[in-house]
Design a protein around this ligand. Structure first.
Ligand code: SPV
Ligand code: MG
Length: 669
């Protein structure tokens, strides 16, 4: 596409302003002339070739254009008869430069806003800018429209007409028809009329469509009154702001292209989603907020970058009051719809507008995302993430997984509530559930090799960090090997409990015989584990069973400080009471002396407490230790009973996942 700018006119109605230079060099805003503004906008929109017709002060104009130093190849075509002819003759002079291309035609005194340029350039058909909102002008151009096609353009038509501006996109075939007509006029020396008179003779073959630009700025400057009016509008336009939000950590050409478009609407403020919001919305960001912010700050066209702490735009919209919010049209439906609805209502409250561009679901971008996910599963990346999550969110949650499929449930389950997304931060490989799924009691009977196999099954299909239930850790001499293996696999944390001998599940409490280890022995085990690990990321958490075994708060606290002294990276305090009182008392007393060591809880019995309440108390990891197992097996038992009762499977169908769903549940990579 080539741009053609007609600058051969004398501009005599501009008075002194055109005494020494062409009209297009009139200043319209600070440091900007009509022409510099046009050329900059064309260059930014990707136009490379421009033809400018010249008349008076041709050399002044050429020097000026060169001085602008824009990435444009400009051909200057002089109309030697500029005093006695109209621009129909200038176009005729330039005809050889204007063959075989789509032409963006504009008058040299036309000032327009970026949205107009974008609409005209994006048109699939030949078009002319018209306005349904501006009253018909007395003296300026009007377009007569019949059956959706422009039949005539001129100043004397008032019926079936709309106000029109000399701003056209002409597809090459339509342009050829018009050009031939222009040539016919000029060769008959009809050179003082408008080029549009030549168009009117061939309009039926041109297919020129009206493009309604409403009240957007697109105006010629004929005199000083126009100049003042347009300059005022430009001040208003240059103060406009645009807001966009990004969660991405991999900026690609699709993002750049939408940023470019958005920046043409005004000063672009980008909200970069906080790490916490990104992690809850899709996955842990590969780059932290601080780095993502710097990337956006350095993209051309970005005016300001700010943090958006939630998926909701409300806070930032109320703070910045942008004139526009730009987004892809993918959020019209789906989980982001409530976010969009809220944006629309906040914008409506102060008169802002939402601009949506078509969303590109390009294959190459999707594969970037799946590569990022694959990276998250690498041992080093996965292992380090639990610590980062705790630092980032303060409190993280984990759900039990004991197989590939339960791992996938932990990985993929997302709940959207009021424009917020919630998902689990990590997985807990419970000894109870791992044993149960193998039909065995939770007494350290399932050996470590088998437990590692479970971890591997889960790791193969997931990316989230793993907390491993290491039971008692076994003999210290064995525990050091366990630590090394877990660390190598990419597990983030092992939790070992301070029991010895035949371990039973804590939820039995004192109903069964269980022996607590001595502080010395257990501390030595922790120390040996810490010595064995190779990375800084891996965490050993000491689980205190004093409350379970009714040894009292003092004992629990004494152990907690001894274990952290021995190097424990975190403390888990366990309880089987329905009320959280003793856990909260422990946390309060522990926090009075230690504000940093993460505290872990497993609220199987005190399950009425919410994550927010745990967070408020200073608890950092909340583990839902067995809920998938406790819901999955009863459903299976029910199915088995139903079949036995009916001697067939039909009655079971209602409680079964459809065959089609089960065979497509796991997508092939
Ligand atoms: C497990 O899930 O195996 C645990 C937690 O160790 S509890 O069952 O509460 O002891
Ligand atoms: Mg256990």
């Amino acid at each position: 596409m080539k741009a053609l700018i007609l600058n051969s006119g004398l501009g005599s109605r501009m008075g002194v302003l055109t005494a020494e230079q062409p009209k297009c060099m009139t200043e319209i805003s600070y440091c900007e002339t009509i022409l510099s503004r046009q050329l900059k906008m064309l260059a930014e929109a990707g136009i490379r070739d421009v033809v400018i017709t010249t008349g008076a002060f041709a050399e002044v104009l050429k020097d000026y254009c060169r001085g602008l130093d824009l990435p444009l190849s400009i051909s200057f075509i002089h109309n030697p008869r500029y005093r006695e002819t109209n621009y129909i003759y200038s176009i005729y002079c330039a005809r050889e430069q204007l063959m075989d291309d789509d032409i963006l035609l504009m008058h040299g005194d036309l000032v327009f806003e970026n949205r107009v340029l974008e609409l005209v350039m994006d048109s699939d058909v030949s078009c002319m800018a018209v306005s349904s909102e501006i009253p018909l002008p007395e003296k300026d151009f009007k377009a007569v429209i019949l059956d959706g096609i422009i039949r005539k353009v001129g100043i004397d038509f008032f019926d079936e007409a709309m106000a029109a501006q000399p701003f056209y996109l002409l597809k090459r075939n339509d342009w050829k028809v018009w050009m031939d007509s222009i040539a016919g006029f000029c060769e008959r020396n009809i050179v003082t009329c408008y080029a549009e008179d030549a168009f009117n003779e061939v309009s039926a073959q041109c297919g020129l469509h009206p493009l309604d630009i409403g009240d957007m700025l697109c105006s010629e400057i004929d005199n000083s009154v126009d100049l003042d009016r347009v300059s005022d509008r430009l001040k208003e336009i240059s103060a406009r702001t645009v807001y966009m939000c990004f969660s991405t950590d991999m900026v690609h050409s699709g993002h750049i292209s939408i940023i470019r478009k958005a920046a043409r609407l005004g000063k672009l403020i980008i909200g970069v989603l906080s790490d916490e919001a990104v992690a809850s919305y899709k996955r842990f960001p590969l780059l932290p907020f601080s780095e993502r912010k710097v990337i956006f700050e350095n993209i051309t066209g970005v005016y300001q970058v700010t943090e958006q702490k939630t998926l909701s735009y409300k806070g930032n919209l109320e703070k910045f009051h942008p004139d526009f919010v730009v987004h892809g049209d993918d959020w019209v439906k789906g989980f982001q719809k409530p976010v969009r609805d809220e944006v629309i209502s906040v914008l409506a409250s102060y008169g802002g507008r939402l601009v949506e561009f078509p969303y590109s679901d390009d294959e190459k971008y999707l594969s970037l995302e799946s590569r990022a996910r694959a990276d998250l599963a690498l041992p080093d990346v996965r292992r380090a993430r639990l610590k980062k999550m705790i630092a980032m969110k303060g409190t993280v949650n984990a759900i039990e997984a004991h197989s590939g499929i339960t791992g996938l449930i932990a990985e993929k389950t997302v709940v959207y509530q009021n424009g917020q997304a919630h998902q689990f931060d990590a997985m807990w490989i419970s000894s109870l559930c791992d044993s149960t799924s193998k039909g065995k009691p939770d007494i350290e009977l399932v050996d470590m090799t088998s437990r590692f196999r479970t971890i591997d099954d889960i790791m193969e299909v997931t990316t989230k960090p793993i907390i491993f239930d290491g039971d008692t850790g076994g003999l210290t001499e064995h525990f050091v090997y366990t630590v090394r293996t877990l660390e190598r696999m990419g597990v983030s944390m092992v939790i070992i409990e301070d029991k010895t001998g035949l371990k039973k599940n804590s939820l039995f409490g004192t109903e069964v015989v269980q022996t607590q280890d001595s502080i010395e022995n257990f501390s030595a085990k922790i120390q040996a584990g810490k010595m064995a690990q190779k990375t800084r990321d891996f965490m050993i958490c000491a689980r205190i069973e004093s409350l379970i075994l009714e040894q009292g708060m003092e004992d629990a606290l004494r152990r907690a400080f001894a274990y952290t002294g021995a190097g424990a990276d975190a403390i888990m305090i366990h309880s089987r009471r329905k009320e959280p009182g003793e856990v909260f008392e422990f946390v309060e007393k522990f926090r009075a002396q230690d504000t940093v060591t993460p505290i872990v809880v497993v609220p199987t019995s005190f399950n009425a407490v919410t994550e927010e309440e745990f967070k408020a108390k200073g608890i950092n990891v909340v583990i839902y230790a067995n809920q998938l197992t406790r819901t999955g097996f009863p459903a299976m038992q029910n199915a088995a009973r139903t079949i036995l009762e009916h001697h067939r499977a039909k009655e079971c169908d209602d409680i079964c996942m459809p065959i089609q769903e089960i065979i497509t549940l796991i997508p092939e990579e």
